[in-house]
Design a protein around this ligand. Structure first.
Ligand code: URA
Length: 441
Protein backbone atom coordinates (compact mmCIF):
# COMPACT_ATOMS: atom_id res chain seq x y z
CA UNK A 1 0.00 0.00 0.00
CA UNK A 2 1.30 3.49 -0.82
CA UNK A 3 2.02 5.85 2.02
CA UNK A 4 -0.67 8.55 2.14
CA UNK A 5 -0.01 11.81 3.99
CA UNK A 6 -3.68 12.89 3.96
CA UNK A 7 -4.71 13.40 7.57
CA UNK A 8 -7.92 11.41 7.16
CA UNK A 9 -5.99 8.47 5.71
CA UNK A 10 -3.56 8.52 8.63
CA UNK A 11 -6.49 8.43 11.07
CA UNK A 12 -8.17 5.62 9.08
CA UNK A 13 -4.98 3.56 9.09
CA UNK A 14 -4.76 3.80 12.89
CA UNK A 15 -8.48 3.12 13.21
CA UNK A 16 -8.00 -0.10 11.21
CA UNK A 17 -5.03 -1.18 13.31
CA UNK A 18 -2.36 -0.63 10.66
CA UNK A 19 1.13 0.57 11.55
CA UNK A 20 2.05 4.09 10.43
CA UNK A 21 5.31 5.04 8.72
CA UNK A 22 7.77 7.54 10.19
CA UNK A 23 6.71 10.06 7.53
CA UNK A 24 3.05 9.75 8.41
CA UNK A 25 3.65 10.17 12.13
CA UNK A 26 5.99 13.09 11.67
CA UNK A 27 3.55 14.78 9.23
CA UNK A 28 0.72 14.33 11.72
CA UNK A 29 2.63 15.66 14.75
CA UNK A 30 4.09 18.61 12.83
CA UNK A 31 0.61 19.46 11.50
CA UNK A 32 -0.94 19.28 14.95
CA UNK A 33 1.80 21.44 16.47
CA UNK A 34 1.53 24.16 13.78
CA UNK A 35 -2.29 24.20 13.89
CA UNK A 36 -2.91 22.88 10.37
CA UNK A 37 -4.41 19.70 11.85
CA UNK A 38 -7.34 20.64 14.11
CA UNK A 39 -8.15 19.24 17.56
CA UNK A 40 -11.02 17.09 16.27
CA UNK A 41 -8.76 15.15 13.92
CA UNK A 42 -6.06 14.84 16.57
CA UNK A 43 -8.72 13.61 19.01
CA UNK A 44 -9.84 10.90 16.59
CA UNK A 45 -6.22 9.86 16.05
CA UNK A 46 -5.48 9.73 19.80
CA UNK A 47 -8.55 7.57 20.40
CA UNK A 48 -7.63 5.21 17.53
CA UNK A 49 -4.11 4.95 19.01
CA UNK A 50 -5.52 4.40 22.49
CA UNK A 51 -7.72 1.54 21.22
CA UNK A 52 -5.31 -0.11 18.77
CA UNK A 53 -1.92 0.69 20.30
CA UNK A 54 1.35 1.17 18.45
CA UNK A 55 4.25 -1.05 17.50
CA UNK A 56 7.51 -0.29 19.37
CA UNK A 57 8.83 1.15 16.11
CA UNK A 58 5.86 3.54 15.78
CA UNK A 59 6.33 4.64 19.42
CA UNK A 60 9.95 5.49 18.56
CA UNK A 61 8.83 7.49 15.49
CA UNK A 62 6.25 9.33 17.59
CA UNK A 63 8.83 10.19 20.26
CA UNK A 64 11.25 11.51 17.63
CA UNK A 65 8.53 13.56 15.92
CA UNK A 66 7.52 15.09 19.27
CA UNK A 67 11.15 15.97 20.14
CA UNK A 68 11.48 17.82 16.83
CA UNK A 69 8.19 19.72 17.23
CA UNK A 70 10.10 22.43 19.15
CA UNK A 71 13.45 23.55 20.55
CA UNK A 72 16.08 21.14 21.80
CA UNK A 73 18.17 22.45 24.72
CA UNK A 74 21.78 23.32 24.03
CA UNK A 75 23.98 22.14 26.90
CA UNK A 76 27.26 22.47 25.00
CA UNK A 77 28.74 24.76 27.71
CA UNK A 78 29.95 21.53 29.26
CA UNK A 79 30.44 17.97 28.14
CA UNK A 80 28.05 15.16 29.05
CA UNK A 81 26.83 12.59 29.36
CA UNK A 82 23.74 14.27 30.74
CA UNK A 83 21.53 12.05 32.84
CA UNK A 84 18.10 12.85 34.22
CA UNK A 85 15.55 11.06 36.37
CA UNK A 86 11.80 11.13 35.95
CA UNK A 87 9.06 9.81 38.17
CA UNK A 88 5.55 8.92 37.10
CA UNK A 89 4.45 10.80 40.24
CA UNK A 90 3.71 9.88 43.80
CA UNK A 91 2.73 11.21 47.23
CA UNK A 92 5.60 12.51 49.37
CA UNK A 93 7.87 11.98 46.36
CA UNK A 94 10.74 14.38 47.05
CA UNK A 95 13.39 12.11 45.52
CA UNK A 96 14.58 14.57 42.83
CA UNK A 97 15.57 17.09 45.50
CA UNK A 98 17.82 14.51 47.15
CA UNK A 99 19.24 12.57 44.25
CA UNK A 100 20.20 15.50 42.01
CA UNK A 101 22.77 16.80 44.56
CA UNK A 102 23.95 13.26 45.37
CA UNK A 103 24.72 12.37 41.76
CA UNK A 104 26.12 15.83 40.98
CA UNK A 105 28.55 15.27 43.88
CA UNK A 106 29.51 12.00 42.14
CA UNK A 107 30.28 13.88 38.90
CA UNK A 108 27.04 13.33 36.94
CA UNK A 109 25.64 16.29 34.94
CA UNK A 110 21.88 16.61 35.54
CA UNK A 111 19.66 18.89 33.44
CA UNK A 112 16.47 18.52 35.45
CA UNK A 113 13.17 19.75 34.05
CA UNK A 114 10.36 19.11 36.45
CA UNK A 115 6.64 19.65 36.75
CA UNK A 116 4.12 21.12 39.16
CA UNK A 117 1.65 19.33 41.40
CA UNK A 118 -1.54 18.18 39.76
CA UNK A 119 -4.24 16.01 41.32
CA UNK A 120 -3.04 13.88 44.22
CA UNK A 121 0.66 13.91 43.21
CA UNK A 122 3.11 16.64 44.20
CA UNK A 123 5.42 18.64 41.94
CA UNK A 124 9.14 19.32 42.36
CA UNK A 125 8.80 22.94 41.17
CA UNK A 126 6.23 23.76 43.87
CA UNK A 127 8.56 22.31 46.51
CA UNK A 128 11.52 24.38 45.29
CA UNK A 129 9.38 27.51 45.17
CA UNK A 130 8.93 27.13 48.94
CA UNK A 131 12.62 28.10 49.39
CA UNK A 132 12.91 31.90 49.89
CA UNK A 133 14.26 33.59 46.76
CA UNK A 134 14.72 30.34 44.79
CA UNK A 135 13.63 30.58 41.16
CA UNK A 136 12.86 27.72 38.82
CA UNK A 137 12.24 30.17 35.94
CA UNK A 138 15.74 29.97 34.44
CA UNK A 139 16.59 31.11 30.93
CA UNK A 140 17.99 28.28 28.76
CA UNK A 141 21.45 29.92 29.07
CA UNK A 142 21.30 30.11 32.87
CA UNK A 143 20.01 26.52 33.03
CA UNK A 144 22.96 25.31 30.92
CA UNK A 145 25.31 27.37 33.12
CA UNK A 146 23.90 25.71 36.25
CA UNK A 147 24.44 22.24 34.79
CA UNK A 148 28.01 23.19 33.79
CA UNK A 149 29.01 24.95 37.04
CA UNK A 150 27.07 23.23 39.81
CA UNK A 151 26.44 19.88 38.12
CA UNK A 152 22.66 20.21 38.18
CA UNK A 153 19.97 22.80 37.60
CA UNK A 154 16.22 22.65 38.16
CA UNK A 155 13.71 24.32 35.89
CA UNK A 156 10.22 23.99 34.42
CA UNK A 157 9.32 22.91 30.92
CA UNK A 158 9.65 25.83 28.51
CA UNK A 159 6.80 26.71 26.14
CA UNK A 160 9.15 26.07 23.25
CA UNK A 161 10.25 22.55 24.20
CA UNK A 162 7.98 19.81 22.77
CA UNK A 163 4.99 22.05 22.03
CA UNK A 164 3.24 19.06 20.41
CA UNK A 165 3.15 17.29 23.78
CA UNK A 166 1.87 20.34 25.61
CA UNK A 167 -1.08 20.52 23.20
CA UNK A 168 -1.69 16.81 22.91
CA UNK A 169 -1.50 16.11 26.66
CA UNK A 170 -4.15 18.78 27.33
CA UNK A 171 -6.30 17.24 24.58
CA UNK A 172 -5.84 13.68 25.89
CA UNK A 173 -6.85 14.85 29.34
CA UNK A 174 -10.34 15.81 28.13
CA UNK A 175 -10.93 12.96 25.67
CA UNK A 176 -10.07 10.10 28.07
CA UNK A 177 -6.90 8.97 26.33
CA UNK A 178 -4.23 9.71 28.93
CA UNK A 179 -3.85 6.01 29.90
CA UNK A 180 -2.26 4.86 26.65
CA UNK A 181 1.18 3.26 26.98
CA UNK A 182 2.60 4.49 23.61
CA UNK A 183 1.23 8.01 24.13
CA UNK A 184 2.60 8.20 27.68
CA UNK A 185 5.96 6.83 26.51
CA UNK A 186 6.35 9.39 23.74
CA UNK A 187 5.12 12.20 26.00
CA UNK A 188 7.66 11.48 28.75
CA UNK A 189 10.65 10.56 26.60
CA UNK A 190 10.25 13.44 24.13
CA UNK A 191 10.36 15.99 26.99
CA UNK A 192 13.36 14.34 28.63
CA UNK A 193 15.38 13.99 25.44
CA UNK A 194 14.53 17.49 24.18
CA UNK A 195 15.93 18.93 27.43
CA UNK A 196 19.28 17.44 26.42
CA UNK A 197 19.48 14.20 28.43
CA UNK A 198 21.50 11.36 26.92
CA UNK A 199 20.21 8.87 29.43
CA UNK A 200 17.19 8.66 31.69
CA UNK A 201 16.44 6.78 34.88
CA UNK A 202 12.69 6.31 35.32
CA UNK A 203 10.97 5.73 38.63
CA UNK A 204 7.80 3.93 37.54
CA UNK A 205 5.59 3.96 40.60
CA UNK A 206 2.97 1.36 41.20
CA UNK A 207 0.09 1.20 43.69
CA UNK A 208 -2.88 3.18 44.95
CA UNK A 209 -0.96 6.45 45.16
CA UNK A 210 0.45 6.07 41.65
CA UNK A 211 -0.61 6.74 38.07
CA UNK A 212 -0.13 3.01 37.30
CA UNK A 213 -2.16 1.10 39.88
CA UNK A 214 -1.11 -2.50 39.13
CA UNK A 215 2.31 -4.15 38.69
CA UNK A 216 1.21 -5.33 35.21
CA UNK A 217 0.41 -1.79 34.04
CA UNK A 218 3.62 -0.39 35.58
CA UNK A 219 5.68 -3.16 33.95
CA UNK A 220 4.09 -2.54 30.53
CA UNK A 221 4.95 1.16 30.76
CA UNK A 222 8.49 0.41 31.99
CA UNK A 223 9.08 -2.00 29.09
CA UNK A 224 7.79 0.49 26.57
CA UNK A 225 10.02 3.27 27.97
CA UNK A 226 13.13 1.08 27.93
CA UNK A 227 12.47 -0.34 24.46
CA UNK A 228 11.66 3.05 22.92
CA UNK A 229 14.78 4.59 24.48
CA UNK A 230 16.80 1.80 22.93
CA UNK A 231 15.24 2.35 19.49
CA UNK A 232 16.36 6.01 19.73
CA UNK A 233 19.88 5.03 20.79
CA UNK A 234 19.49 6.40 24.35
CA UNK A 235 19.91 4.55 27.59
CA UNK A 236 16.74 4.24 29.66
CA UNK A 237 16.61 2.43 32.99
CA UNK A 238 13.23 1.78 34.59
CA UNK A 239 12.91 1.00 38.29
CA UNK A 240 9.45 -0.15 39.39
CA UNK A 241 8.76 1.04 42.93
CA UNK A 242 5.92 0.52 45.36
CA UNK A 243 3.71 3.57 46.01
CA UNK A 244 1.13 2.30 48.48
CA UNK A 245 1.91 4.48 51.50
CA UNK A 246 3.28 8.06 51.21
CA UNK A 247 7.06 8.20 50.84
CA UNK A 248 8.80 9.33 54.00
CA UNK A 249 7.13 11.25 56.81
CA UNK A 250 6.44 14.59 55.15
CA UNK A 251 3.91 15.52 52.46
CA UNK A 252 3.91 19.22 51.57
CA UNK A 253 6.07 21.71 49.76
CA UNK A 254 8.38 23.15 52.42
CA UNK A 255 7.90 20.08 54.62
CA UNK A 256 9.34 17.91 51.86
CA UNK A 257 12.30 20.25 51.28
CA UNK A 258 12.98 19.98 55.02
CA UNK A 259 12.86 16.19 54.87
CA UNK A 260 15.17 16.23 51.83
CA UNK A 261 17.74 18.15 53.87
CA UNK A 262 17.50 15.49 56.60
CA UNK A 263 18.10 12.82 53.93
CA UNK A 264 21.18 14.66 52.65
CA UNK A 265 22.43 14.82 56.26
CA UNK A 266 22.14 11.04 56.54
CA UNK A 267 18.98 11.15 58.68
CA UNK A 268 16.37 10.29 56.06
CA UNK A 269 13.56 7.75 56.44
CA UNK A 270 14.46 4.25 55.22
CA UNK A 271 11.86 4.11 52.41
CA UNK A 272 12.97 7.42 50.86
CA UNK A 273 16.64 6.51 51.14
CA UNK A 274 16.23 3.05 49.63
CA UNK A 275 14.62 4.33 46.42
CA UNK A 276 16.67 7.53 46.19
CA UNK A 277 19.99 5.71 46.46
CA UNK A 278 18.96 3.03 43.98
CA UNK A 279 17.86 5.58 41.36
CA UNK A 280 20.94 7.71 42.05
CA UNK A 281 23.19 4.66 41.62
CA UNK A 282 21.60 3.87 38.25
CA UNK A 283 22.25 7.48 37.19
CA UNK A 284 25.93 7.11 38.14
CA UNK A 285 26.10 3.88 36.09
CA UNK A 286 24.26 5.48 33.15
CA UNK A 287 26.82 8.31 33.19
CA UNK A 288 29.61 5.71 32.93
CA UNK A 289 31.17 6.77 36.25
CA UNK A 290 30.86 3.33 37.87
CA UNK A 291 30.57 -0.03 36.09
CA UNK A 292 27.74 -1.46 38.20
CA UNK A 293 24.98 -0.50 40.62
CA UNK A 294 26.70 -1.98 43.69
CA UNK A 295 29.80 0.16 43.25
CA UNK A 296 27.66 3.18 42.38
CA UNK A 297 25.63 2.71 45.57
CA UNK A 298 28.81 2.89 47.66
CA UNK A 299 29.84 6.11 45.88
CA UNK A 300 26.39 7.70 46.41
CA UNK A 301 26.38 6.74 50.07
CA UNK A 302 29.84 8.27 50.48
CA UNK A 303 28.58 11.55 48.96
CA UNK A 304 26.09 11.78 51.82
CA UNK A 305 28.56 10.75 54.52
CA UNK A 306 31.31 13.18 53.46
CA UNK A 307 28.89 16.11 53.14
CA UNK A 308 29.55 16.66 49.42
CA UNK A 309 25.90 16.01 48.44
CA UNK A 310 24.66 18.54 51.02
CA UNK A 311 27.25 21.04 49.76
CA UNK A 312 25.90 20.59 46.21
CA UNK A 313 22.34 21.20 47.43
CA UNK A 314 23.44 24.50 49.00
CA UNK A 315 25.48 25.50 45.95
CA UNK A 316 22.44 24.99 43.72
CA UNK A 317 20.22 26.87 46.18
CA UNK A 318 22.47 29.93 45.92
CA UNK A 319 22.91 29.56 42.13
CA UNK A 320 19.13 29.64 41.66
CA UNK A 321 18.69 32.78 43.80
CA UNK A 322 17.80 31.22 47.15
CA UNK A 323 18.77 32.80 50.47
CA UNK A 324 20.73 30.39 52.65
CA UNK A 325 20.25 32.49 55.80
CA UNK A 326 16.48 32.66 55.42
CA UNK A 327 16.29 29.00 54.44
CA UNK A 328 18.36 27.83 57.42
CA UNK A 329 16.19 29.90 59.77
CA UNK A 330 13.05 28.20 58.41
CA UNK A 331 14.26 24.63 58.97
CA UNK A 332 12.28 23.01 61.77
CA UNK A 333 10.38 26.22 62.53
CA UNK A 334 8.34 27.33 59.49
CA UNK A 335 4.85 25.88 59.74
CA UNK A 336 1.39 26.94 58.53
CA UNK A 337 -0.98 28.77 60.91
CA UNK A 338 -3.23 25.90 61.95
CA UNK A 339 -2.75 22.24 62.71
CA UNK A 340 -4.83 19.27 63.75
CA UNK A 341 -4.01 15.65 64.49
CA UNK A 342 -5.80 12.49 63.45
CA UNK A 343 -5.69 10.10 66.41
CA UNK A 344 -5.83 6.31 66.56
CA UNK A 345 -9.23 4.98 67.60
CA UNK A 346 -7.75 1.75 68.96
CA UNK A 347 -4.41 0.23 69.85
CA UNK A 348 -2.51 -1.99 67.46
CA UNK A 349 -0.23 -1.56 64.46
CA UNK A 350 -0.47 0.59 61.36
CA UNK A 351 -1.42 -1.81 58.59
CA UNK A 352 -1.94 0.61 55.71
CA UNK A 353 -1.88 4.34 54.83
CA UNK A 354 -3.82 5.13 51.70
CA UNK A 355 -1.43 7.31 49.70
CA UNK A 356 -4.18 8.45 47.34
CA UNK A 357 -6.35 9.81 50.19
CA UNK A 358 -3.31 11.51 51.74
CA UNK A 359 -2.54 13.10 48.36
CA UNK A 360 -6.13 14.30 47.97
CA UNK A 361 -6.11 15.68 51.53
CA UNK A 362 -2.95 17.54 50.52
CA UNK A 363 -4.85 19.18 47.66
CA UNK A 364 -7.56 20.31 50.10
CA UNK A 365 -4.92 21.73 52.48
CA UNK A 366 -3.23 23.69 49.66
CA UNK A 367 -0.18 21.45 48.98
CA UNK A 368 -1.36 20.59 45.47
CA UNK A 369 -3.95 21.74 43.02
CA UNK A 370 -7.09 20.53 41.24
CA UNK A 371 -6.48 22.60 38.12
CA UNK A 372 -3.22 23.84 36.63
CA UNK A 373 -3.91 27.49 37.55
CA UNK A 374 -4.66 26.98 41.30
CA UNK A 375 -2.10 28.55 43.69
CA UNK A 376 -0.37 26.36 46.30
CA UNK A 377 0.57 27.03 49.94
CA UNK A 378 4.28 26.51 50.69
CA UNK A 379 3.80 25.60 54.37
CA UNK A 380 0.66 23.47 54.20
CA UNK A 381 1.05 19.72 54.50
CA UNK A 382 0.81 16.46 56.36
CA UNK A 383 3.24 14.81 58.76
CA UNK A 384 3.01 11.04 58.81
CA UNK A 385 3.68 10.35 62.48
CA UNK A 386 3.22 6.58 62.24
CA UNK A 387 4.35 4.55 59.23
CA UNK A 388 3.20 1.07 58.24
CA UNK A 389 4.29 -1.54 60.81
CA UNK A 390 4.69 0.90 63.71
CA UNK A 391 2.79 0.22 66.98
CA UNK A 392 0.16 2.70 68.21
CA UNK A 393 -1.93 3.08 71.34
CA UNK A 394 -5.52 4.37 71.28
CA UNK A 395 -5.58 8.19 71.21
CA UNK A 396 -2.04 8.56 69.85
CA UNK A 397 -1.67 10.86 66.81
CA UNK A 398 -1.23 9.11 63.44
CA UNK A 399 -1.10 12.15 61.14
CA UNK A 400 -0.68 15.90 61.69
CA UNK A 401 -2.22 18.28 59.16
CA UNK A 402 -1.11 21.88 58.53
CA UNK A 403 -3.06 24.63 56.72
CA UNK A 404 -3.13 28.42 56.53
CA UNK A 405 -6.85 28.64 57.38
CA UNK A 406 -9.39 26.63 59.33
CA UNK A 407 -11.63 25.85 56.35
CA UNK A 408 -8.79 24.16 54.49
CA UNK A 409 -7.78 22.28 57.62
CA UNK A 410 -11.34 20.92 57.99
CA UNK A 411 -11.49 19.99 54.31
CA UNK A 412 -8.16 18.16 54.55
CA UNK A 413 -9.22 16.32 57.69
CA UNK A 414 -12.48 15.22 56.06
CA UNK A 415 -10.57 13.61 53.19
CA UNK A 416 -8.13 11.77 55.42
CA UNK A 417 -10.45 10.41 58.14
CA UNK A 418 -10.30 6.75 57.09
CA UNK A 419 -6.92 6.72 55.34
CA UNK A 420 -5.05 4.80 58.07
CA UNK A 421 -5.99 1.19 58.78
CA UNK A 422 -4.91 -0.53 62.00
CA UNK A 423 -4.48 -4.22 62.80
CA UNK A 424 -4.22 -6.10 66.07
CA UNK A 425 -1.04 -7.91 65.04
CA UNK A 426 2.10 -6.56 63.41
CA UNK A 427 1.71 -6.67 59.60
CA UNK A 428 4.26 -8.43 57.41
CA UNK A 429 6.57 -5.71 56.08
CA UNK A 430 7.89 -5.72 52.52
CA UNK A 431 11.64 -6.38 52.32
CA UNK A 432 12.05 -3.76 49.64
CA UNK A 433 10.03 -1.12 47.82
CA UNK A 434 11.89 -1.91 44.60
CA UNK A 435 9.76 -4.32 42.64
CA UNK A 436 11.74 -4.75 39.45
CA UNK A 437 14.43 -3.10 37.32
CA UNK A 438 14.97 -3.01 33.56
CA UNK A 439 17.63 -1.37 31.49
CA UNK A 440 18.20 -0.76 27.80
CA UNK A 441 21.53 -1.90 26.39
N1 URA B 1 3.11 12.16 32.29
C1 URA B 1 3.48 12.72 31.12
O1 URA B 1 4.41 13.54 31.08
N2 URA B 1 2.81 12.38 30.01
C2 URA B 1 1.80 11.49 29.99
O2 URA B 1 1.25 11.22 28.95
C3 URA B 1 1.41 10.91 31.22
C4 URA B 1 2.09 11.26 32.36
Amino acid sequence: MTESLRTVDIIAAKRDGRALTENQISHFIQGYADGSIPDYQAAAWCMATFLNGMTPQETGYLTRAMIHSGDVMDLSLTSGPFVDKHSTGGVGDKLSLILAPIVAACGVKVPMMSGRALGHTGGTLDKLDAIPGYTTALTPERFAQGVAEVGFAMTGQSEKVVPADRKMYALRDVIATVESIPLITASILSKKFAEGSDALVMDVKCGRGAFMKTPEAARALAESLVRTGESLGRKVVAVLTDMSEPLGRMVGNFLEVEESVACLQGQGPADVMEITLRLAAWMVVAAGIEPNVDQALVRCQRAIEDGSAMAKFRENLVFQGGSLDEFDAMLGTARANYSVELNAESSGFVEGIDAFSVGMAGVALGVGRDTASDPVEPLAGIEVLKKIGEPVTAGEPLLRLWAEDKERLEAGLARIQSSVSLSKTAPQLKDSLILEEMSSK
